[in-house]
Design a protein around this ligand. Structure first.
Ligand code: UFG
Length: 328
C-alpha cells in the first residue's frame, strides 16, 4: 500500500515508517518537523514537509501519491503541557485530525490507523486495563485523543471510514537496530531521563512519589518496545481491508515500578547516579498496565520484547551513540 505517515519524523512515526518500508509498503512521511527530526526519516521513505492544518496540501498529497491508507502520529503528547494549553492541544490533536479525516473523505481514502493512548482511561478502577473500561480522561491530552476516537467511531458508521484506534501504554526503546529512538525536547519520559542521568547530563533522576500502594511505593507502568508497538499497527492496517472499527490496547502486560526501571538502567549502562525521591506528580495513577489479550487474539499479535533489560539496552545504545539527540 501507499501509506501516508503523518508525524513520520517523530519517535513512533519514524519507527513505523521503517517497518512499513521493510514490509513492502511505500511510506510517505508528512511532517512539519515541529517536534520530529529529518534524520529519523529512513531513506526508503519519501519526505513531504507539510502541516496537518493545510487541508489543500493534504488533498494534493493524497491525490498525487495515490495514498491508500493513513497512519497518524502527529499529536502533542505532554500531559502537563496540555493542562497549561488546552486550546493548543485540542487544535493540534483534534482539529488537525478532523482536517486530515476530511481530506481523506474527500479523496475517498478510508483506511486510518490512529495513535490513541492509555490516558483515555484516566484513573482506572481496575488493572490490567481492558478496552471496555470507562473512558474518563483526566487531562486535555487524554480528552483530545478520546474525542478523536469518538469522531472516528461516528464517521465509521457512515460506511466511509475503516479505522483502528490503538491505545498505547508506555512506548520505549529504540528500533531498527537501535538507530531510531526517543529525542523529545524537553524530555519528560522516564527511560530517556534516567539515561540522561547515567550519561551525566543531569545531576539526578527524580522519583515522583514513593508512597503509592505498589510493591516498592513507586508507580507501575507497562513498558512496550517500539517495534512491538509498530508490528501491531502493521497487523491492524491489514485488518482494515475488511473491518470498519477496531480498538486495541497495546502493552506488554508486565508492570515495572519506577525503582525497577532505574535499577535496570544502572545494570545495562554500568553507571551509577543520584536518585532523588520527591513528591508525586499530579495526575499519575499508581498502576497502569494493559490487558492486550484482544490484540493478541484478534490480530495474532505477540510482543517479542518482554524483558525490560533488553528493551532498555536498545534505548541505551541509541542515547549513548547520540548523547545530544539526532541533530546533536
Ligand atoms: N517518572 C518519574 N520521574 C521522572 C519521570 C517520570 O518518577 O523524571 C515516573 C512517572 O511519575 C510515572 C512513570 O515514571 O510514574 C512513567 O512516566 P512517563 O512520563 O515516562 O510516562 P507516563 O506513564 O506518565 O505517560 C506515558 C506517555 C503518555 C501516555 C501515557 C499512557 O508519556 O503520553 O503513558 O499511559 F498518555
Amino acid at each position: 500500500m501507499n501509506v501516508l505517515v503523518c508525524g513520520g519524523a517523530g519517535y513512533i512515526g519514524s519507527n513505523m515508517t521503517a517497518m512499513l518500508a521493510e514490509n513492502g509498503h511505500k511510506a510517505y512521511v508528512y511532517d512539519n518537523l515541529s517536534k520530529g527530526h529529518i534524520e529519523a526519516v529512513v531513506p526508503e521513505a519519501e519526505f513531504i514537509y507539510g502541516d496537518l492544518a493545510d487541508y489543500d496540501k493534504l488533498v494534493r498529497v493524497i491525490r498525487d501519491k495515490k495514498i491508500d491508507a493513513v497512519m497518524h502520529f502527529a499529536a502533542f503528547i505532554e500531559v502537563g503541557e496540555s493542562v497549561k494549553d488546552p486550546l493548543g492541544y485540542y487544535n493540534n490533536n483534534f482539529c488537525n485530525t478532523h482536517n486530515l479525516l476530511r481530506a481523506m473523505d474527500f479523496m475517498g481514502v478510508n483506511k486510518f490507523v490512529f495513535s490513541s493512548t492509555a490516558a483515555t482511561y484516566g484513573m482506572p478502577d481496575e488493572v490490567p486495563i481492558v478496552e471496555t473500561l470507562p473512558k474518563e480522561p483526566i487531562n486535555p491530552y487524554g480528552e483530545s485523543k478520546w474525542a478523536v476516537e469518538r469522531m472516528c467511531h461516528f464517521q465509521s458508521q457512515t460506511g466511509r471510514l475503516n479505522y483502528a484506534a490503538l491505545r498505547y501504554f508506555n512506548a520505549c526503546g529504540a528500533g531498527r537496530n537501535s538507530q531510531l529512538g526517543e529525542d523529545h525536547k524537553p524530555e519528560s519520559h522516564l527511560i530517556p531521563l534516567i539515561i540522561q542521568a547515567a550519561l551525566g547530563q543531569r545531576e539526578d533522576i527524580k522519583i515522583f512519589g514513593t508512597d503509592y500502594n505498589t510493591k516498592d511505593g513507586t508507580c507501575v507502568r507497562d513498558y512496550i518496545h517500539i517495534e512491538d508497538l509498530c508490528s501491531a499497527h502493521l497487523l491492524a492496517l491489514e485488518k482494515l481491508s475488511t473491518e470498519s472499527e477496531i480498538v486495541f490496547n497495546l502493552g506488554n502486560g508486565n508492570g515495572y515500578t519506577v525503582r525497577e526501571v532505574i535499577e535496570t538502567v544502572k545494570k545495562v549502562s554500568g553507571k551509577d547516579f543520584k536518585v532523588t525521591e520527591t513528591d508525586r506528580r499530579a495526575g499519575d495513577p499508581a498502576v497502569l498496565t494493559a490487558d492486550s489479550a484482544k490484540a493478541q487474539t484478534q490480530l495474532g499479535w505477540k510482543p517479542k520484547w518482554t524483558n525490560l533489560e533488553d528493551i532498555v539496552e536498545t534505548a541505551w545504545k541509541f542515547h549513548s551513540a547520540r548523547p545530544n539527540g539526532y541533530s546533536g
